[in-house]
Design a protein around this ligand. Structure first.
Ligand code: GLN
Length: 498
């Protein structure tokens, strides 16, 4: 049978599904309690915890640029995934130790905290881009099943994203700060399971359509780069670099400038290339514009692990009488809604047939979903005195709308970058997409630092925030204005894409 018309999926897809699911379990389980651990155990204030959260996540989106490069040039996907996974598991164990000693040795615990997160950044950089790239390699070029494969893989991400906060929240977010460490430990165990699944099943199942093993070391890689000593030393070196970069951003906030420079510099290089024709340049311009809007999307959306977790913890009625819902559990909602809504939305686009909107229009809808989510929660907290808790319907409804927004924007933006990039610049423009994600996450931390607490007034670009209503309205304006501009530009962008 011709492989392009084959039904079903290769078994390798399910191996990668399980590997990714356990890794996301570790990543999102840890993220669910991160700011709670910082504020309740390490006693950082909200603003400092928010800024650290933004620096951490921003670097999480930048490290894949190095991890992807190292795999393509030297180590291959498999070796990179396994090493990255082990480094993340070590990161969780370091955080576990931090959560054990924080009240007896504050200095040591700060060191362990930065080191643990730095290791998570490094490991993620090697794990995430390489596992995603293996999914596509399971199929022949142009195989129609590839889209479905990525959808199934995305479900794996979200099963992990739902279970991680749930289990880690259950064991770690108990009300006793000394228990946070168990969440790190459980996350680390999830990561070890992920590495074991990959190691045990990869040889047998992760193979291309001609049954050749995938993710091997590139033929051009110098043999000396593969010795275990070099791999260990290389990872140790990169870990020190990322721990340093993380620490320095916490102190000097340099990432904002670096990301702005990348965001201006890379497009300038591509757009001034005389070898690209007008049509190609127009397509590149669409990618860059879309990436620019994406920054505002993630800046508002990624409040989930920061200000929205403060809100869940401090201002949401979680006491059911017989049980208090952990604040971290709210971070499972997004993944649960994705699992439910993704098939519905896919069905909806098919149903629309010829009337299905073009990508920029869908992305404007994504930003609108986000603005509406914040409008919903801003309404929920209007006229509520500080310290009074509100119903869980406000956070839940908001996450529902945010998830609809995510489904309209995130997968669509990624495939738009893939489709429109001139071959010569495909990796560099993918890097712009990652840079936009990193920028958005950095912005998320900076904005979460404006969370109004104890009657303090915060200000952003001349806009004063005295209470939660004002704070949430900031995101309504930000996402709403971005959405409106993108709606207005969308028919022009559609023409430029053709
Ligand atoms: N939730 C998805 C993941 O963890 C996508 C996140 C993103 O692109 N910012 O892989």
């Amino acid at each position: 049978m011709n492989q392009n018309t084959q039904k079903g999926h290769p078994k390798g897809l399910y191996v990668l599904f399980a590997t990714e699911m356990w890794e996301r379990f570790n990543f999102y389980g840890m993220r669910a309690i991160l700011v709670l651990f910082m504020t309740k155990a390490l006693l950082f204030d909200h603003a400092f915890a928010s800024n650290l959260y933004g620096s951490y996540l921003s670097l999480v989106y930048l490290s894949p640029l190095i991890g992807g490069f190292m795999a393509d040039k030297y180590w291959g996907n498999n070796r990179s995934i396994i090493t990255g996974g082990i480094v993340m598991a070590i990161g969780e164990l370091v955080l576990f130790t931090c959560g054990t000693v924080y009240h007896t040795s504050p200095q040591l615990s700060s060191f362990l905290f930065f080191s643990g997160l730095g290791l998570m950044i490094t490991g993620n950089g090697f794990f995430k881009p390489n596992i995603s790239s293996l999914v596509g390699q399971l199929y022949p070029r142009g195989d129609k099943r590839k889209d479905a494969a990525y959808t199934i893989f995305y479900m794996g991400i979200n099963v992990g994203g739902a279970l991680g906060p749930f289990i880690c929240g259950l064991v770690g977010d108990t009300g006793n700060p000394a228990d946070f460490r168990w969440a790190f430990l459980v996350g680390g165990i999830g990561m070890i399971i992920s590495v074991i699944v990959q190691k045990v099943f990869q040889q047998k199942y992760v193979r291309d359509p001609d049954n050749n093993l995938l993710g091997l070391v590139p033929a051009s890689s110098p043999r000396k780069m593969l010795s275990p000593v070099i791999v260990i030393l290389g990872m140790a070196f990169l870990s020190v670099v990322f721990i340093g970069l993380f620490y320095l951003d916490a102190k000097y906030n340099y990432l904002f400038y670096l990301l702005t420079a990348c965001f201006v510099g890379i497009p300038a290089i591509v757009l001034t290339d005389k070898k690209l024709n007008k049509n190609e340049k127009q397509k590149v311009a669409v990618i860059i514009l879309v990436c620019f809007f994406v920054i505002f999307f993630w800046g508002a959306y990624e409040q989930a692990g920061a200000s929205l977790t403060f809100f869940a913890s401090e201002q949401t009625k979680r006491d059911l009488g017989f049980f208090t819902v952990p604040a971290s559990w709210f971070q499972s909602l997004n993944s649960i809604f994705i699992i439910v809504l993704a098939p519905l939305l896919a069905w909806f686009w098919i149903k629309l047939g010829k009337r299905e909107p073009a990508s920029p229009f869908k992305m404007a809808m994504g930003l609108l979903g986000l603005a509406l989510g914040y409008l919903w929660i801003a309404y929920g907290v209007k006229d509520v005195q500080s310290g009074i808790k509100v119903s869980i319907i406000w956070l839940t409804g908001m996450y529902f709308l945010h998830t609809v927004g995510e489904l309209c924007l995130s997968p669509i933006g990624l495939s738009l970058v893939n489709q429109l990039s001139p071959l010569k610049y495909s990796s560099l423009l993918m890097a712009v997409w990652f840079t936009a994600n990193a920028f958005g996450n950095k912005l998320a931390g900076v904005l979460s630092a404006l969370y109004p607490e104890n009657g303090k007034t915060t200000t952003f670009l001349g806009y004063h925030m005295n209470n939660l209503h004002d704070f949430f309205m900031l995101f309504v304006f930000m996402a709403g204005i971005a959405s409106l501009i993108l709606f207005l530009l969308s028919s022009k962008l559609k023409k430029m894409m053709q």
